[in-house]
Ligand binder design. Structure first.
Ligand code: ATP
Ligand code: MG
Length: 575
């Protein structure tokens, strides 16, 4: 590509709404432009990077045996009503009516559409396993679109769906996708990690997120420094013995009332009563599928809503409003407690061994002390309900837990029969019996992967692209556009590189050298070739890698070979 006739609108200014570096650099490098909140145009250079990621994804999906299709963006409500998600998906689903007053939505994901297709076309075990994928534009009306295309409302996703006849089959499909994802992100040149993620009520390790490691990441991840356990914070299990070991042998003491005027929060109560948070049990009232439930946790622990939802096999959990708390406990916010409470009470495992603790008294300005399980109240269900915290042990090996941050670029998930049962996607097995298909789904955020690559690879001058996702592999800078020899030498190298199938950008603009160097750095093109009149006199050109501070000189006569070897070397280093 010749820069002068291409379209790369670079910018000096940092866009005011860009909080993180990848967003700033994508705008400054002329990769993307915002149309409106969370909705972007991919400019030519941005689109090139997007296509590079798409191609890697496509190659690896094909290699893993998945088959490409392309489904519609607009989806009829009927399918979502059949799966039950029309009701539950919430406001991220952009719904609308067509001219015939029929409800529809913009697809945020395609389980319904693919299940509908497969149930109509596949009827026998002989036609399975099958894994269909697409690379397509999704729409999610995100509550907080931000970070450019990292969390857009309209974005490109690769989504794949596997259909198997039995458990062993779906496990093989899952494994194949997991391995394909490993190869994809490896080939993209990213530092990443697969972590266990919440798999709802399916249980087991059947959901993994692929996280690009970055401090600015929105996802919190936990990993063991001894074994290979890694999970996102939402999922990370708490080892029960950890909390149980804090049991003390004290006998039950006499239950007593404590006046606690206006002391509502944990901090206030702890300070006022001169106790530690471990001696306090907090009672949170939640609406679980519209029914109030009291959730008990030790004062120093945090509730994990996902664990609560799974433990109660619920569709929705939501913190109760002030009014609902009052209705359920008879007390204003801050004074709820389990003693005498009539709603269902569930508790975190840590409570099992706690004795003589403090709880809210279900009356304004009242707490109770020396409260004990069984004697003073009963719990309907114990479970691992809290979020793991620094200081907790690894749930697998007891080792040390480290906390970090990541950007979720991919997700593999075993769905089981959730959609096939709801939507009657069945097949006849070898014995001629009707069975629901067993499904898996597998997503990759294409744009988010490009943004994550930049988040992980940049310096003060701009992007430092890993070569597989760079818009161009090589950029050529002829420094004096009025010097015929310079222009000719650069054009010759450019032509030869293009003929060899190397993605080269010839910066043939009539601009100062400084401008060309700045833009080349901003764009992050991995290999830069400088052709200048002084070097040419000695029959030399200069090669510089974007990752290295120093350049090196190669003879003009063998420059093309040296450049193609350099390019090849960069790819090889990622294998
Ligand atoms: P997140 O927790 O970040 O919202 P998700 O769990 O909703 O992600 P999935 O439904 O698993 O995401 O979608 C598959 C992939 O699509 C994600 O791993 C991510 O890379 C990408 N993705 C999801 N939401 C967005 C978005 N708003 N903008 C860009 N990419 C997205
Ligand atoms: Mg999401």
């Amino acid at each position: 590509m010749r820069y002068s006739s291409y379209f790369i609108p670079t910018k000096k200014e940092i866009p005011a709404d860009a909080e993180i570096i990848s967003h700033q650099l994508m705008v400054r490098a002329g990769m993307i432009r915002k149309l409106t909140s969370g909705i972007y145009t991919y400019l030519p250079v941005g689109l090139r990077s997007i296509r590079k990621v798409e191609n890697i994804v496509r190659e690896e999906m094909n290699r893993a045996g998945a088959i490409e299709v392309l489904m519609p963006a607009v989806q009829p409500a009927e399918l979502w009503q059949e799966s039950g998600r029309w009701e539950y998906y919430g406001r991220e689903l952009l719904r609308f009516k067509d001219r015939h007053d029929r409800d529809a939505c913009m697809g945020p994901t395609h389980e319904e559409v693919i299940t509908d297709l497969v149930r109509k076309e596949i009827h026998s075990y002989k036609q399975m396993p099958i894994n269909l994928y697409q690379i397509q534009t999704k729409f999610r009306d995100e509550i907080r679109p931000r970070f450019g295309i990292m969390r857009g409302r309209e974005f490109i996703m690769k989504d794949a769906y596997s259909f198997d006849v039995d458990e062993a089959g779906v496990n093989r499909s899952y494994e194949a996708m997991y391995e394909a994802y490993d190869r994809i992100f490896q080939r993209c040149g990213l530092k990443f990690r697969a972590v266990e993620a919440d798999s709802g009520t399916i249980g087991g390790s059947y959901s993994h997120e692929f996280m690009v490691l970055a401090e600015s990441g929105e996802d919190r991840i936990v990993n063991c420094t001894t074994c290979d356990y890694a999970a996102n914070l939402e999922r990370a299990e708490v080892k029960e013995e950890d909390d149980v070991s804090s049991a003390d042998a004290n006998a039950f003491e006499v239950l007593a009332r404590l006046e606690t005027p206006d002391q509502r929060t944990i901090d206030e109560v702890v300070e006022f009563l001169k106790i530690t948070p471990e001696q306090l049990v907090k009672t949170l009232v939640y609406m679980v599928d519209e029914e109030p439930v009291a959730v008990l946790l030790r004062g120093d622990h945090e509730l994990n809503e996902t664990k609560l939802k799974n433990a109660l096999d619920a569709q929705t959990v939501e913190m109760a409003s002030e009014r609902s708390v009052k209705e359920a406990t008879g007390a204003p916010l801050g004074f709820a407690g389990p003693v005498g409470l009539e709603i269902k009470v569930v508790a975190d495992n840590a409570l099992k061994t706690l004795k003589n603790f403090v709880v809210g008294g279900n009356e304004k300005d009242l707490h109770l002390k020396n409260v004990n399980l069984e004697r003073d109240f009963t719990v309907a269900l114990f479970g691992d309900l809290r979020t793991i915290a620094p200081g907790d042990a690894c749930p697998r090996c007891g080792g040390h837990i480290a906390f970090g941050r990541g950007i979720e670029v991919g997700h593999v998930f075993k769905l089981g029969v959730k959609y096939s049962e709801a939507m009657k996607a069945v097949f006849l097995n070898e014995q001629g019996k009707e069975r629901p298909m067993i499904m898996g789904c597998y997503g990759i955020g294409i744009g988010r992967t490009v943004a994550a690559a930049i988040e992980q690879n940049h310096d003060k001058d701009g992007i430092v692209f890993p070569i597989p996702v760079a818009p161009f592999e090589v950029t050529l800078l002829p420094l004096q556009m009025h010097n015929e020899a310079v222009v000719e030498a650069a054009s010759k190298i450019y032509g030869d590189l293009v003929n060899m199938g190397i993605d080269a950008l010839l910066d043939d603009r009539d601009e100062r050298a400084g401008v060309k160097f700045k833009d080349a750095d901003l764009l992050g093109i991995p290999v830069r070739i400088t052709v200048g009149s002084r070097g040419l006199k000695n029959g030399e050109v200069e090669v510089k890698l974007r990752t290295e501070p120093e350049s090196f000189i190669v003879p003009l006569s063998t420059a093309v070979i040296a450049i193609s070897d350099t390019v090849k070397g960069l790819y090889d280093s990622l294998k």
